[in-house]
Structure formats: structure tokens, C-alpha cells
Design a protein around this ligand. Structure first.
Ligand code: HAM
Length: 441
């Protein structure tokens, strides 16, 4: 049997309803904040990612799916979306009509990492990018949006970690100081760090090797070397977040795995998937657009790891559902997001018993489907008892018992599965009667 490639997986219907509910909640929220959707290709020229993400990052050095196509062009399956959105902004000259553009995109990314829980080789991101705004208010607003999204999804324990990486004015002095510390500690550093020291010393602060972590625990931080502009910018971000009651921690070790960042960077971390991992990450990339031959304008954005988010939300939903089985329903089950989740259950199950009933059940259920009422029926001729069981299993809110006898008596029985209340429906216009009844109760 042919199976999926390692690190690649199917998202099955049992999960897609949750993914769709998350995507809908996110896109509605983004649209309230003025974002518009953009769809970008899954493949780009390799050069785009190499130049933007950085030649010495893990992503570009060892994780990209790169190949030559039949004509020999070097192509890469996108490992992230920011580079492509920036390319699109430049290519379509979006800034000429209005330099301020707020764009979001949802889709798969590809990185050849070691697969584990919450880490896949094809994974999905919800990305948001803002162009043309220099103000620190927008940095705070993006973190606020993430915070609000997680709140709407019922996740309260997530916390933003924020840092500032400085800009081209202040980073060189910091790098010089870091380099001298790295030289002093050279014998404790891994090969990777030694290799990266010259080209990109900041990356060494991101190294996960325990000996490097220990050797660099007192290494200088960008925060201690910010120029006045970057310091003011960061102070404003923090104070606005406080004003908006967004919980955050300043984390001087947060350097991110991509090279294009300057000033504010942030991640939302969780331990819900075992070891600590990020559900979202982002930051400012004010130099990137110009570096990719575009206009000299500002950029900032974030990406949420949808696979990780869906896993955390699924855990939370399951916990809530088990809680409600042994106590009264919790208020937060009434949230818009939870309502989106329950919308997947059928409203009605029509139980036909007898030859004549089959045809009518089919006609009525199709008419109800068209009218927007989720209706299921059955064509197998099974007994009332077994079909009641099936309606229960499907979590249908109502059943309509439509046996030949009920049809003859002109009295179909509509039963509310929760309250067990019964209503009688006549056979002349059952679709309209059911529509009226269901909209009333
Ligand atoms: P990133 O931190 O590389 O940033 O990825 C963002 C999120 O994608 C991570 O926090 C994580 O949740 C998820 N993610 C990354 N790799 C994997 C994987 N192998 N399996 C599952 N989930 C994963 C970026 O990609 C930047 N483009 C974010 C950004 C947008 N910065 C500015 N604008």
C-alpha cells in the first residue's frame, strides 16, 4: 500500500471541521482589522527564499525542498509565506495605489525538519503582513490581534514573548561585542555556531545545543544596545500592550529563525504540546522590501502554526466537553467559536419505514438540504430502533419519523432529541412546516 511521505499527513474530516472553524474565526477577525486575503503560489524561485530568510539560517541551509525543474530552473516549495507576500507586493506595485497594505494568507508550507508532535514537513500557517506603517502602534496591534484570536478560540494560557533586535544603526555595535564574547567562548561552541560566528553571530543565540546555551547564557543582548529610535519604539510597543491589557514577557533571547527581522520580534509560546514550542511568531522587517528590490517601505507580520493551534484547540474542546458531561454546561461553550463547532451536526434525521416512505424521505430531505437545514436520511430499510441509534450517533437535533403508517394517517412525528418533545407534521407541505418549527424552537 502506498502511504504518505514521512512528515506529511492527511487532515481528515474529523479534524477539518475544527480547522475550518479556526480559519473562519481568524479571517473574520483579520477582516475587522482591515486585512484582505491574498493567495500566493506554493513554489517560488529558490533565490527569493535564500535572499530573504538568509543563507545561514537552518531553513535555507538544510530544510528547503529545492529541485531543478525540467528546464533546470532552481525552484523551492515555500518554507514560509512572508517572502512570497513581499515579492507579490513588489511585483504588483501594490504600494503605488496605497503604501499601506494589510494582507493575510492561509496555506501549506514545507520544511524538511525532523518530524515530531506538532512538527511536520508539510505544515500550515495563517499569515498576516502589514506594509507601509512605521508606527510601533501597529506592532502592538498585531500582538493584540493574536491575543484576541486565542481568546476567541478559548485559549487563555498563551503568553506573548517579545524582544527588539535593533536596526541597522545599532546592530553593528552589538554584533561586535557579541563576536568578542563568542571568540572568548569558542572552545565551548558547537561547529555550527563557530561556522556562523562570522557570517551571522546573532544566530548563535538561537542555538539549542546545551553547551552553547550554557556558554552564552550571559552573552550580550540586543536590548542592551538599542539606539534611541529603537528603544523608544520598543517602549511604546510595551506601553500600548499594557494599556490594552495584553499579557507579555520581554525575552532577550528571542532572536527568531529568520534573518529579515529588525526592531520588534515576538512569539506566542505554549507547553500544551509537550516541550515548549511556538504557536505563532513574527516581527518587523523594515529592510526586507528594499532588499528584494522593492520600495523603501516598512513591513511587519506574523504567522500562526495552524497544525499546532488546531492540536491545542482540540485538547481544550475535549476537556470542556468532558467537563460538561458531569456538570452544567459552561458559559464558554456558548462562544461564537464553539457554536461554529457544533454547526457540523445534522439538524434533522428523517427515518423512513416502508416503500412509499423512502421516496418521500428522499424528496423531503433534498428539499430541506436546499433550504439550508442539514438533513440526513437512510436508504437501507433498517428498523426504527437502529435508525434512532444512528440519529443519536450523528448527534442530530431532531428526527422525523416517516413510516408508511404515519404518511397514511397524515401525521408525521418530529421529535426533539434533547427534550423528547414531539410535534405533528402533515404530509402536504412538511418542508415549510419543519422550517417554521426549527426556526421557532
Ligand atoms: P516561523 O517562526 O518560522 O515564522 O513560523 C511561524 C509558526 O509556524 C511557528 O511559530 C510554528 O507554530 C509554525 N511552524 C513552523 N515550522 C513548523 C513545522 N515544521 N511544523 C509545524 N508548525 C511549524 C515564519 O514563518 C515567519 N514567516 C513569520 C512572519 C510573518 N514574520 C513576519 N511575517
Amino acid at each position: 500500500m502506498i502511504q504518505t511521505i514521512r512528515g506529511f499527513r492527511d487532515i481528515l474530516p474529523a479534524d477539518t471541521f475544527l480547522w475550518q472553524a479556526i480559519e473562519k474565526t481568524a479571517s473574520e477577525l483579520f477582516e475587522n482589522f482591515g486585512f484582505q486575503e491574498i493567495r500566493i503560489p506554493i513554489m517560488e524561485k529558490t533565490e527569493l527564499f535564500a535572499r530573504s530568510i538568509g543563507e545561514t539560517t537552518d531553513i535555507v541551509e538544510k530544510e528547503m525542498y529545492t529541485f531543478a525543474d525540467r528546464k533546470g530552473d532552481k525552484l523551492t516549495l515555500r518554507p514560509e509565506a512572508t517572502a512570497s507576500v513581499v515579492r507579490s507586493y513588489i511585483q504588483h506595485n501594490m504600494g503605488s495605489s496605497d503604501p499601506v497594505q494589510k494582507l493575510y494568507t492561509i496555506g501549506p508550507m514545507f520544511r524538511r525538519e525532523r518530524p515530531q508532535k506538532g512538527r511536520y514537513r508539510q505544515f500550515y500557517q495563517i499569515n498576516a503582513e502589514v506594509f507601509g506603517i512605521a508606527s510601533p502602534y501597529i506592532d502592538a496591534q498585531l500582538i493584540l490581534i493574536l491575543n484576541e484570536l486565542f481568546k476567541r478560540l478559548g485559549l487563555s494560557e498563551l503568553k506573548a514573548h517579545i524582544n527588539s533586535l535593533g536596526c541597522k544603526e545599532c546592530r553593528p555595535t552589538f554584533q561586535k561585542e557579541l563576536l568578542s564574547v563568542l571568540n572568548d567562548k569558542k572552545e565551548h561552541l558547537c561547529e555550527n555556531c563557530i561556522r556562523r560566528m562570522e557570517k551571522n553571530p546573532l544566530r548563535t543565540l538561537d542555538c539549542k545545543v546545551p553547551t552553547c546555551r550554557e556558554a552564552l547564557k550571559d552573552a550580550p543582548s540586543t536590548l542592551g544596545h538599542l539606539c534611541n529610535g529603537c528603544r523608544d519604539h520598543f517602549e511604546t510597543v510595551k506601553s500600548v500592550l499594557k494599556d490594552q491589557n495584553v499579557d507579555f514577557t520581554v525575552d532577550k533571547t528571542l532572536v527568531r529563525g529568520l534573518d529579515y527581522y529588525s526592531k520588534t520580534t515576538f512569539e506566542i509560546l505554549t507547553t500544551a504540546l509537550g516541550a515548549q514550542s511556538a504557536v505563532a511568531g513574527g516581527g518587523r522587517y523594515d529592510a526586507l522590501i528594499k532588499e528584494l528590490d522593492g520600495p523603501d517601505t516598512y513591513g511587519i507580520g506574523f504567522a500562526i502554526g495552524l497544525d499546532r493551534l488546531a492540536e491545542i484547540v482540540a485538547q481544550m474542546v475535549n476537556e470542556k466537553l468532558t467537563q460538561t458531561q458531569d456538570s452544567s454546561p459552561k458559559d464558554d461553550l456558548q462562544s461564537d467559536f464553539m457554536k461554529l463547532l457544533s454547526a457540523r451536526f445534522p439538524d434533522l434525521f428523517i427515518i423512513p419505514i416502508g416503500e412509499k416512505a423512502f421516496r418521500l424521505a428522499y424528496l423531503w430531505s433534498s428539499a430541506l438540504n436546499i433550504a439550508g437545514i442539514r438533513t440526513e436520511t437512510d436508504y437501507s430499510g433498517r428498523s426504527l430502533k437502529s435508525l434512532m441509534k444512528r440519529a443519536d450517533k450523528l448527534n442530530c437535533a431532531y428526527v422525523l419519523i416517516a413510516g408508511d403508517q404515519e404518511i397514511e394517517d397524515n401525521a408525521l412525528v418530529l421529535r426533539d432529541m434533547k427534550t423528547k418533545e414531539q410535534y405533528f407534521i402533515t404530509t402536504d407541505n412538511p418542508v415549510e412546516q419543519i422550517q417554521t418549527l426549527l426556526s421557532r424552537v
